[in-house]
Structure formats: structure tokens, C-alpha cells
Design a protein around this ligand. Sequence first.
Ligand SMILES: C[S@@+](CC[C@H](N)C(=O)[O-])C[C@H]1O[C@@H](n2cnc3c(N)ncnc32)[C@H](O)[C@@H]1O
Length: 243
Amino acid sequence: MSSQELPPHLVIPVPDEGWPARFHDVDGRRYMSLGSEIYAPTDPTIGEVQSLYGYWATEHDNPYDKQHAWIKSVGYACADLISFYLGGETDGLRLLDMACGTGLVSQGLRERLDIATHVGADLTSEMLDVARSKPDLAGVSLVIGDVRKPMFAPNSFDAITGSLFINHLGNSQDRIATFKGAREMLRPGGLFVMIDTQNNPMREQVAAEFYEAFEYAALTHEIAHVDSVAPDGFMLDYYVGQA
Ligand SMILES: C[S@@+](CC[C@H](N)C(=O)[O-])C[C@H]1O[C@@H](n2cnc3c(N)ncnc32)[C@H](O)[C@@H]1O
């Protein structure tokens, strides 16, 4: 298969003979499986991220929200971590969900926490449109934003969450800029919770970069999500950074 044959949304039908579990190389470029025949380049351009998620948000026959309904429970785990690390002092909480997508994590967070100011930011307008259609997210300000640049002034948030996006930042420079930007937007003592899949081949590097960016950092939780989509469980890393 040549790159010319790749459809613009980067959905690559799995050939009959099957592909390696997670990666596939096409014309010298590496693609990573995100599930449901969707493969993302490991070094995507902004346009490719928007094209891929623009398609997966609603057009794909297994849309993102339907396939990933379980991600709401990631919001529950984030809420527990935020309460724990902020010593239960969550009154008037100001929270940013970066790379919020369709808002599944934010939905879980709102079930568990009373959030006074809640912002969700993402690159892909179609993902945000799905989030905007959800009644339980009516109180959330949903905006276009790129995680690699601080989107808000220093000291704007008590907590920031960011789930399942770091694999789309193909280089160290972008990841470090993202972590440092998150730290900058937090008040002193504020908390960043980042969630990633445990089988990210860049796991060690991501962890080292994360630890460097925060005053205090820990990789505390590894939670198995078991449901019909992931019958054998789905291990996630919860990175916690305190500013
Ligand atoms: C797998 S989805 C995760 C969405 C949501 N956090 C969740 O856990 O369901 C990845 C999201 O990251 C967004 N994304 C990727 N790169 C981004 C960037 N540089 N800035 C903002 N959003 C980005 C995509 O648009 C997509 O919505």
C-alpha cells in the first residue's frame, strides 16, 4: 500500500493477512493502531490529527464516543486523584480538560466534582461539537486549542486533566512544551493528571519528560478497565504532577 492510497482520514482497512498488533509501516512512515481500523501516524501534522478525529467523531461506523464510552470512568479516577492531592479542597474548582475530545473525561469529572470554572480544549472542532451536544456538559466552555502552547494565563487553574493524547505528540520538544505549559497555567500546588496507555513505546521517555517538568511528580495509578471493548482489561498510566 502506498501513501497515495491512504484515504484522507487515515483509516486503513486491515488487510486479510492482518497487521502487527499496534504498528504498521507505510512508505517509511510509522502508523499506530487506535482501534477500529484507525491508524494514526506517530508523527502527525495538526491537519492529520484534525482530519482523523474529524472523521472518527461522527462519520466512522464505530464513532469515537460509542467505542470509548468507558473513558468516562477515567474522569472518575481523575476526580479521586484531584480530591486526594488537593486535600479535599475543591470548592470553587477551576479545571481545564486539555485535548478533551468529545468530553468523556469531563463528564466523569462533573459527576464527581463540583467544578466552578470548567474549560475543555481540543484541536478538532468535530470532537468538540459532540461534546457540545451533551446536556451534562452545558456548563463547560469548549474551545479550540493546541496543548503545545499555554492557552491561558499563568495561575488560571487548580487542576488540569489530559487523557490519551500524548501519543499524538511525536517529538520530545512538543511533549516538554505541553507539560511545562500545563504547569504554568496551574496555580502553585495545582494538579495536572495525564493519562496514557501503558503500552506506549515512548513510555519511559514520556515519564522522564513529565518528571522533569513538575515540582512533584508521580506515576501513581494503573487501573484496568474491563468491559466488552477490552475484555482482558486496559491498563492505563495516571501521571500526576503538582506545580
Ligand atoms: C484519543 S482522543 C482523547 C480525547 C479525550 N481526552 C478522551 O480521553 O476521550 C485524542 C484527542 O487529542 C486531540 N489532540 C491531539 N493533538 C492535540 C493537540 N496538539 N492539541 C489539542 N488537542 C489535540 C485530538 O483532537 C483528539 O480529540
